[in-house]
Design a binder for this molecule. Sequence first.
Ligand SMILES: *Cc1c(COP(=O)(O)O)cnc(C)c1O
Length: 354
Amino acid sequence: MAKYPVTRTTTPKERPDENNLGFGKKFTDHMFLMNYTEGQGWHDGRIVPYAPFELDPACMVFHYAQEIFEGMKAYRTADGTVQLFRPVENARRINASGERMCIPPIPEEDFVDAVKELVAVDEDWVPHAPGTSLYIRPFIIASDVALGVHASKTYIFCVICSPSGSYYAGGMSPVKIYVENDDVRAVRGGTGFTKCGGNYAGSIRAAEKAEKAGYSQVLWLDGVERKYIEEVGAMNVMFKIGGKVVTPALNGTVLPGITRKSCIELIRSWGIEVEERLLSAKELFDAAESGLLEEAWGTGTAAVVSPIGEMKWNDREVVVNGGQIGQITQKLYDELTGIQWGRVEDTRGWIVKV
Ligand SMILES: *Cc1c(COP(=O)(O)O)cnc(C)c1O
């Protein structure tokens, strides 16, 4: 039994060419909406035709960025069914983001049902071509019409979906990254562990600078000492150093990635030690120069894993694994994408069928 009522579009859009989807440019026929009103809680969850919002210009989200979001995907398996990867983790994380941003929690089951029922309504938008998926973007915005910095008393929860092309259409290839010394992404006590819009607005300048210099991502340092590695672009980061995997600990400034968590579980199950700890740029570049750094990669829903082939920090430039994809990097990619697209058996209860 569906939990939420559906109003179907009377003007379905033309389906995009599956071989030319790109990322985040096309949107499906429907969206999920639910409202929050203080004293009443979350109410009126519904699936409606995809359409623009009409919002008062004094809406709080426009001024103080009280906003949080999630990113997840629906995958089509060889037998045509559609499935999600660890959606309860996204429900928990949006509520953890909400707690920091004074946004009221959504019951985990209601969040997951909203996603499942929306994807079911737009099921034929889940692409079939290898490596393609339906990217899902749940988000919550503060909708009180008022200036003055305080928590909104009303919110809108919305979920939109975007059919997306294969991240590695041209094959997985290692990227060049650049250690950013000036701009920082997060500080302890701030909002680094949340997916709140403001974190990303503040990251654009460094990303543009890196891109102009010929690098595809920024390697972020901690906001206090600018000494310790935190993340790469909007991905978590992992390194294989002297036989062990090292990744920055979740100390409040690092986004707790679901891909990160899944990679750690897989690597440990393969009998390889994983250390979650402080890792300075100096330790990392010294390891690279002494030959101890074996592999480096980013992790996130969009790319799954992204191998790192070159790194630059001030005047130090290092090549990782001869610029080739590392063994653990490839194994993680094969295992995770195998589970997500249903080619590898899910023995951990990570898959939820739509
Ligand atoms: C979303 C995100 C990640 C990756 O999280 P996943 O759950 O693995 O997609 C990592 N870092 C930042 C800053 C992010 O926004």
